[in-house]
Design a protein around this ligand. Sequence first.
Ligand SMILES: [Zn+2]
Length: 243
Amino acid sequence: MAKGGTKIYCPNCKEFSVCKAMSPTALGEPKAQRWYRTDHQDISWFRRARACVSCKKTFLSAELDEKLLEELIQLREKLAKKHQVIAQRIRSVRPWLVRTETVPLDYAKEFVRKSAWWHTHSSGNPVRAPNHAKRIYESHHGWVIDFGANTFLVGKAIERCNNEINRYIDAAAQGDLPGIDDLNSKLKMHIRGAVANNDGYEYEGYYPLEGQDMMFGAQSIDVNDGVEYVLQKSGVSELVSST
Ligand SMILES: [Zn+2]
């Protein structure tokens, strides 16, 4: 059978996927397909009901002049800038909104000492860069360290790893022992998730890896080193070796 059909962006799959076109009435909408906003008559579009063949999600799509998307993006960026200023003001007058750091500074420093690398050493090989630990400072994220335009949120990374390790210990105390590999990969994700951009806003996704390194220019944090350190510090190996 032919996998026919036009691929359009499915908001549920978050990728281009074959989506069947249907009459808007299939979604309980009026039959009409040509629409415009009475308050903004240049915003006129052709409406279709769509059903994603992969995930079955149904939604309405609008075909319109692409220039309107440019306008939308520009407006979003403007709004974001405005909101960033307001967000800073909100946080500066309400310290209780800001994360209270629970991780001892020595712990954060040791994490960085054990996982930071410098990649442009004259030897041609990456070398450990323990001195970065001296640059840790406290922001509204807790302990952080700047690497160029990015900030590694070392306090958050450790706290989230520790929460994950606690769940693991709880499970073990119930007689269950989830695989250590599974724990390892979750810890890696917590470390990769703890990075903020230039403006201090945490990225929504996970920082990319090159090998085992989150590269920040010529500097890096090796996520394997980080995981090894939090695991060693947690004493969880006693549970693993008891089986
Ligand atoms: Zn879909």
